[in-house]
Design a protein around this ligand. Structure first.
Ligand code: SF4
Ligand code: MSK
Length: 635
């Protein structure tokens, strides 16, 4: 398993890669190979293309050029490159949040009939947070809320409303450093402005602006997306599901939803059960319609409906290579441009749905909240009609599928741990205080063909739970661990330390909790804030014995998530990547040490999951000592 040539620890992925190789179908792994050697300057972050006097690059060995044409040195260039990635990541999550807020407004105006308010408690909660009088009619409250939330994007002064959810001490730190996030759009624009040619040349100040921008995502755009999705589509509840390519069914019309925004995929879930479409599917010779997900859209429909997950980021191409997918419906983010070519090798129809994300030559069925269900039906019908075009001899679905439990929000953790009659975080805090649980870890993020697929996530998580760390997961990382059987309650017995095992057995939870998609990392922030509010574990987020990691990250969004975790006081470890070896020793030192003095959180980089686990556990133990908590119960 540890042999150098193995690209993935997942057997289904291995099987599909073999098939791709036999049929000479190129995947991201092949394209990575074709890219070798990748640009060393790019990997070190010291290539600048900001203005047309460049591109400029800095000689990392100190022999050649040490400044770009304008005089920018390695520190400025590396910090600017990093800052620009933070701005892009924040814009992606936040634009997602804005689209959900816009759907809410249409709903309030009676123009989006297919949606409603699925969680009225959440509506009340949010209305109170936004200082809206809840004695009015529901549609008035909803409209006011939508307007106020949309105004958060363009807010010029003051602070984002959700900042109030953070512990007081954390808010004071942000205030002192001048990084309290104002409007989300403002922070993104300001960071892009300050990183253009001839503006901010102080790498520390660029990081400061980046922290503020990232906070506008974590405590703004992403949090808005999560809360509004829960309110409109329903707050998740623990739900059983299945994961891996084996969830695709040979005798069914297979529709795969891929991307991030659940507003349309939610309608696809309904449409896949539409009697008219089911009848049509049977007439075409299928037993029914099977909906499955890839990436974060998968996490969204899994959490709310138990829809099976076909795979994570690096499996998007492989799902099509099974030869059994009639339609892959995509919206935004993490959708490989290669999908069109792969789909053309099979009968699969790729359907784009966002006006922001088109493929040349691929017809689009544009999503509109005003007639969402009809659009979802149209897309599913396309899949049904495409079923007879499937070449049965080319169908090759790997058998692998695994059970999982998902749908753990901050409120669910609250309820499950506190018991039916006394929802509370106290039992969780007590378990940490008494040394039954060592602490908490958030393990999140993508896949990257540079790293053995799924291996970094699972190896790290196994080591953490063995040491009694309760792991919270989102995104493709959660899917990776689910495939290896870590997201079922039975995993506690096999993999967890004795203390964590006792807790899992007492309340019937897995040792690894699936909290949702990438925007749902905001759930980790709110849960951590509640842990502080409960008492006994310090008075700021940086006091909690906790750490974060993105072991196989690839997306700019992951950098933004890392940046807002750090700005919120969390020690965050990234897997090996260009970002891990920045060509500015000063910037690296600042990110990995200096920042801790200012915000209480810092970065670390490691290309070894055991090393990652070790430094995370050391950090957690350091926090336990600072709080003078009891020694670990079973050590
Ligand atoms: Fe070169 Fe400076 Fe222009 Fe960057 S901003 S490309 S370092 S001249
Ligand atoms: S989908 S951002 S590959 S986790 Fe959110 Fe997965 Fe990373 Fe995309």
């Amino acid at each position: 398993m540890e042999g150098k040539k193995i690209k993935s620890i997942d057997l289904a992925t291995q099987e599909m890669l073999e098939r791709a190789q036999k049929e000479n179908i190129k995947t991201s792994w092949d394209r990575l190979e074709a890219q070798q050697p990748q640009c060393g300057f790019g990997q070190l972050g010291i290539c600048c293309t900001v203005c047309s006097m460049g591109p400029c690059r800095i000689d990392p060995f100190g022999e050649g050029a040490q400044a770009g044409v304008c005089g920018a040195n390695a520190d400025t260039i590396a910090a600017r490159n990093l800052g620009r990635k933070v701005a892009v990541g924040a814009s992606a999550h936040s634009d997602h949040g804005r689209d959900v807020a816009h759907t809410l407004l249409l709903l309030a105006e009676g123009k989006a009939h297919d949606y409603g308010i699925a969680d009225s408690n959440k509506l009340k909660e949010l209305a109170l947070e936004f200082a809206i009088d809840t004695n009015k009619a529901e549609e008035v409250i909803v409209k006011e809320l939508a307007q106020k939330i949309l105004a958060e994007f363009g807010r010029q002064e003051g602070k984002l409303t959700f900042v109030k959810r953070a512990p007081k001490k954390r808010q004071d730190i942000w205030k002192k450093l001048g990084i309290v996030p104002r409007g989300i759009d403002r922070e993104v624009v300001e960071l892009l402005h300050t990183t253009t040619m001839g503006v901010d040349n102080d790498y520390k100040n660029i990081i400061n602006t980046s922290l503020r921008c990232a906070l506008s995502d974590g405590w703004g755009g992403s949090m808005i997306a999560t809360d509004l999705q829960d309110m409109i589509l329903g707050s998740p509840q623990p739900v059983r599901g299945k994961v891996n390519l084996g969830v695709l069914k040979e005798d069914y019309v297979n529709i795969v939803v891929h991307g991030h925004e659940p507003v349309l995929s939610e309608m696809a879930v309904k449409a896949s059960k539409d009697p008219e479409l089911l009848k049509a599917a049977k007439e075409k010779g299928a037993k029914g319609i099977n909906l499955a997900g890839i990436c974060c859209t998968a996490n969204e429909v899994l959490m709310r409906h138990g829809i099976p997950v076909a795979g994570n980021f690096l499996q998007q191409e492989l799902a099509i290579i099974t030869g059994a997918v009639e339609v892959m419906m995509v919206d935004v983010q993490c959708i490989m441009p290669a999908l069109q070519e792969i789909a053309s090798c099979f009968h699969t129809k790729l359907v784009t749905t966002s006006p922001k994300a088109k493929f040349p030559g691929v017809s689009q069925i544009e999503f509109q909240a005003q007639n969402a269900y009809e659009i979802a039906k149209k897309i599913i019908k396309l899949g049904v009609d495409n079923f007879p075009n499937r070449n049965k001899e080319r169908v090759n679905i790997p058998r692998q599928e695994m059970d999982l439990v998902a749908g753990f929000t901050k409120d669910i953790v609250h309820k499950i741990l506190g018991g039916k009659y006394r929802a509370s975080y106290q039992p969780l805090n007590d378990a940490i205080i008494q040394g039954r649980l060592r602490g908490l870890a958030g393990v999140v993020g993508c896949n990257n063909p540079k790293q053995k697929h799924d291996y970094f996530h699972t190896a790290l998580v196994k080591e953490l739970i063995k040491k009694d760390v309760l792991v919270l997961q989102t995104g493709c990382s959660a899917i990776a661990c689910a495939k290896q059987g870590l997201l079922i309650p039975e995993a506690a017995k096999e993999y967890a330390g004795k203390g964590l095992q006792e807790i899992c057995e007492a309340v019937g939870i897995p040792p690894v909790l699936h909290l949702g998609s990438c925007v749902d990392n905001s759930r980790i922030l709110t849960a951590a804030s509640q842990v502080i509010a409960q008492g006994g574990l310090g008075d700021d987020l940086c006091d909690i014995p906790a750490a974060g990691a993105a072991p196989e990250w690839m997306s700019e969004k992951a950098i933004t998530i890392g940046m807002y975790f750090v700005a919120s006081g969390v020690f965050t470890v990234f897997g090996a990547s260009p970002f891990a070896t920045l060509g500015s020793p000063k910037l690296t030192e600042y990110l990995c040490a200096g920042l801790e003095e200012e915000v209480g959180g810092k970065f670390a980089f490691s290309s070894d999951p055991s090393e990652m686990a070790k430094i995370m556990i050391e950090h957690i133990d350091k926090k336990r000592q600072a709080l003078k908590l009891k020694p670990m119960m079973y050590e």
